[in-house]
Design a protein around this ligand. Structure first.
Ligand code: PHE
Ligand code: FE
Length: 296
């Protein structure tokens, strides 16, 4: 998606002038947040924290506390960075919105996490189609304090840079992996299934739906299965994938993906809601309320 922060410049190469897309990193304009914007943060923060007690992975809320995130005010990236740099060497950078894919991968590969600086309007509390500060900070940043998850995010970025160079057709498979783990992942804990995906924890409706609804499938994480599965961008997910630990993610993605990409290129993708033979099924979804078509 083209955003205001994405600037087109022309560079002279041996093919003549070609457009290059540069993405400016923006200093968080913290002093310019209005009282209404701080209030939006406060409302969302309180509401989600209440919903997430007993639903989010324990380390998710613990890490928000380590950061000192609270309903009081929109956090300052510079303050969060003091904690983050020391803990895992990651750093938050302010951006205007979604970045070109390769730029995003490069940031992650260098342990920089892009955070949208602006927050949604009061009439958008329940749904927003693009990431804002609440989704990015509340949802993604807490797990960057987890050393294993932090390494996974960096490896994902480096993997994306590599795929863009050697197998660009596999980027769709990497996006599915990110979607079903970083955005919509569940984790199996001694206390039961818990949420760790940022897209879920930042959504009021999906925080409940992902764990408690009878409609979706909940299926054990399997790398190749996940990378073949289409997903939803306009409704709640039809399938959630459950990891046993962040180490499992790290180990499953450690091998060189070159042969995997060659295999994936020969295989059909799976519809978002279909259970496959060989799946480790935690719950087979009833499919109630599912819309036909529209898998991405
Ligand atoms: N191991 C993958 C490769 O060799 C990179 C990767 C790591 C991809 C983590 C996704 C997540 O290409
Ligand atoms: Fe996100």
């Amino acid at each position: 998606m083209q955003t205001a922060a994405q600037k087109v410049e022309h560079q002279l190469t041996d093919k003549g002038y070609v457009p290059v897309y540069t993405t400016r990193v923006i200093e968080q304009p913290w002093d310019s947040y209005s009282a209404v914007e701080h209030q939006t943060w406060a409302t969302l923060f309180r509401r989600q924290r209440e919903l997430l007690a007993g639903r989010a992975a324990r380390e998710f809320v613990e890490n928000q506390e380590r950061f000192g995130m609270s309903a009081d005010a929109i956090p300052k990236f510079s303050e969060l960075n003091k904690v983050l740099r020391k803990a895992t060497g990651w750093e938050l950078i302010g951006v205007e919105g979604l970045l070109p894919e390769l730029t995003f991968f490069e940031h992650l590969a260098n342990r920089r996490f892009p955070v949208t600086w602006w927050i949604r309007k009061p009439e958008q509390l329940d749904y927003l189609s693009e990431p804002d500060l609440f989704h990015d900070l509340f949802g993604h940043v807490p797990l960057l304090l987890n050393p294993v998850f932090a390494d996974y995010m960096q490896a994902y970025g480096a993997g994306g840079v590599k795929a863009a160079a050697i197998a660009p057709e596999a980027l769709v498979n990497l996006t599915r992996l990110y979607w079903y783990t970083v955005e919509f992942g569940l984790i199996n804990t001694a206390e039961g299934l818990r949420i760790y995906g940022a897209g879920i924890v930042s959504s009021k409706g999906e925080s409940i739906y992902s764990l408690e609804s009878a409609a979706p499938n909940r299926i054990g994480f399997d790398l190749e299965r996940v990378m073949r599965t289409r997903y939803r961008i306009d409704t709640y997910q039809k399938t959630y994938f459950v990891i046993d630990s962040y180490e499992q993610l790290m180990e499953a993605t450690r091998p060189d993906f070159t042969p995997l990409y060659a295999r994936l290129a020969q295989q059909e993708s799976f519809p978002a809601g279909e259970v496959q033979s060989g799946d480790r099924v935690f719950q087979r979804g009833s499919g109630e309320g599912w819309l036909d078509g529209g898998d991405v």
